[in-house]
Structure formats: structure tokens, C-alpha cells
Write a protein that binds this ligand. Structure first.
Ligand code: COI
Length: 326
């Protein structure tokens, strides 16, 4: 059973080696993400495993022409893959689930950091400013947290954060019975109006692109805080910048940001980045930015590799595949 691995990272090597033994796989690897230039490496491999690099129509077609029939992304999100183009030519696609507490707990950390003004505290301490100037924070207790999306990550976040004694509202198309003891499900407008902190846990789709925009921000409480560990495209950067500038929002913590692709996951220390919105957001003392790392734990790396490989095995053996995107 042959699988070609793109974006092969050193943190994953031991897990891939374990999978080779466990599933009897024959793998070949490439450290680069897949592109038109290195696609030929996967010739005659029926499955490829990728990370979050964009997979547009032309690249999917190229892999199909080379004999690839299944693309497994070692990520939960699959908005980087042109699903419609894949479906059209019969290329099958799968994702990989992983330890949801990786993102959920990171989100809790960002919520606390935003409320406690941790960016400013750390920056001040770096230059030996140990004063109280501008760093008084807020407690989470008795605040209202609005959770948009109650899939695996949203549910884990809710269970873990409940101990902080905040009120939790949730908005999701399909309310989860298991969450009933922790949250009150409300419509989106109610969540926007009543929440002190709003956190996003939905996949990016064609219908929710820029769901946080000028109009939805206007509905929010003055002084609300936005947290995004899901996908950058959910927030309109311009509207967020304006709301930080005019003080409507008290802050934001963004592990993801629209325009991050090709910038994050690289050392760009000496580069002049042509992404002004990221630069502006990063310059605000009350906007915390991290480079799409919420997933990055030992447990997640293990799950991403194992689930992607198991998914390829399911495909190759024509078995039911829980990770295949329908
Ligand atoms: C995902 O799994 O969907 C992520 O956001 C992490 C990935 C881009 C490495």
C-alpha cells in the first residue's frame, strides 16, 4: 500500500515510522508542500497525504493525471482544497481529526491572555516597565462567553472552560444534547449582543466567509473581545482594525488571520511582508497574534499522522472511511 507524504515534518517522523509497521505501508516523502513542480514525485502513488497548502483545481487535476485518487489532508479543516473540482473528476478527499483539546485549551489560554492584557504586560516587562500602566485586566468569572460552533473543538472548549464560572452562550445549527448542562443555545444575534468574549469554532465555508464584519461587530457589546483559532477568513480584517481603532472592541486574539497563507510556517524574519492588515493588527497592544499554532501538540501530531494513514488504508482497502469528506 503506497502513500506519498508532502510537508513531511521532523515532529512526525516517529509516527510515520510506526504507521509503516502498523499498516504495512510503503511511503515516500517530500519536505515541501505539494505544488506543480514537485507533483511528479507522487506518480503512481494512489494516495497522497498533505498539510494545509492550497490545493487548487489545476494541482488536483495534475495529481489525478499522475494516478493519485485520494488526497488525505493531515488537518481538520479542508477549506484549502477545491472540493468541487475534486468531486468533478472523481478525486476523493479525507481530513484527519486530532486531539480537540489542543485547539480548545489554546483558545482558553488566548481568552485569558486577552482579558489579562498579557501582550502589553509581556512587552512592558521586556523593556523593564513594571508599572501598572494600562495593564489592569478583567476576570472571566461572571462574564458571558459566546461560542460560535459546537463541533469537537467547541464542545471541548465549553467543558474545559466551564470551571471558570462564566456564563456560556452557544450558536450552532445543530445544538448538541451533551452541551445542554453547560450552555444556553441562542440565535447568532443574541450571542453577538450579549457576549463579553466571542470565540469562533466553525469551519470556513462559502456561506460564513467574513461572518465577523462591520455589521456583526456593530451588534456586539462595547468592549467585547474576539478570539479566532478557527480560520482567518471568518473575520473581515478591515472591519476588525476599524473596531479596534475606534474602541468598539477591547481586543482580539488571533491564532489565524486572513492572508496568513505562505507567511506562517516559514522563517520570514528578514522579509518585507506584503500583508498590511496583518502588520496593523500585530501592532495593536490589545491584539494578540500567533502563527496558526493552536493545533501544535505532541498528541495532535500523532493523531494527524495516524488518522491520515489509516484513512489512506481505508481508501486503499475499499473500507468505510470515517475521515472521507462526503
Ligand atoms: C487544522 O487542522 O485544520 C488546522 O488548522 C491546523 C493545520 C493548518 C496545520
Amino acid at each position: 500500500m503506497k502513500v506519498f507524504i508532502y510537508g513531511y515534518r521532523k515532529e512526525e517522523i516517529a509516527f510515520f515510522e510506526a504507521c509503516i509497521k502498523k499498516f504495512g505501508l510503503e511511503i515516500a516523502t517530500c519536505e515541501q508542500r505539494p505544488n506543480m513542480e514537485n507533483a511528479h514525485l507522487a506518480k503512481d502513488y494512489p494516495c497522497i497525504s498533505v498539510l494545509s497548502t492550497p490545493m487548487p483545481k489545476e494541482l488536483i487535476q495534475k495529481f489525478y493525471d499522475l494516478g493519485v485518487r485520494f488526497i488525505s489532508t493531515r488537518t481538520v479543516g479542508y477549506d484549502h482544497i477545491d472540493l468541487q473540482a475534486a468531486r468533478k473528476i472523481g478525486m476523493r478527499i479525507g481530513n484527519a481529526t486530532y486531539a480537540s483539546e489542543s485547539v480548545a485549551d489554546y483558545t482558553i489560554m488566548l481568552i485569558l491572555m486577552a482579558l489579562r492584557k498579557m501582550k502589553l504586560i509581556m512587552k512592558s516587562a521586556e523593556v523593564q516597565d513594571y508599572s501598572f500602566d494600562g495593564v489592569q485586566g478583567r476576570n472571566l468569572k461572571n462574564k458571558t462567553l459566546g461560542v460560535i460552533g459546537t463541533g469537537n473543538i467547541g464542545q471541548t472548549l465549553i467543558r474545559h472552560i466551564a470551571g471558570f464560572e462564566c456564563h456560556i452562550l452557544a450558536y450552532a445549527p445543530h445544538p448538541k444534547e451533551a452541551m445542554k448542562d453547560y450552555v444556553t443555545y441562542v440565535d447568532l444575534d443574541t450571542l453577538l449582543k450579549q457576549s463579553d468574549i466571542i470565540t469562533l469554532h466553525v469551519p470556513l465555508t462559502e456561506t460564513n466567509y467574513h461572518m465577523i464584519n462591520k455589521e456583526t461587530i456593530d451588534k456586539m457589546k462595547d468592549g467585547a473581545v474576539i478570539i479566532n483559532t478557527a480560520r482567518g477568513g471568518l473575520i473581515d480584517n478591515e472591519a476588525l482594525i476599524e473596531a479596534i481603532e475606534n474602541g468598539k472592541l477591547a481586543g482580539a486574539a488571533l491564532d489565524v488571520v486572513e492572508g496568513e497563507t505562505g507567511i506562517y510556517y516559514n522563517n520570514r524574519k528578514a522579509a518585507i511582508l506584503k500583508q498590511r492588515e496583518m502588520a496593523i493588527l500585530n501592532a495593536f497592544p490589545n491584539v494578540i497574534m500567533s502563527p496558526h499554532m493552536a493545533f501544535l501538540t505532541d498528541d495532535s501530531n500523532r493523531d494527524m499522522v495516524y488518522h491520515s494513514m489509516e484513512s489512506c488504508v481505508d481508501f486503499l482497502q475499499n473500507k468505510e472511511n470515517p475521515w472521507e469528506i462526503q
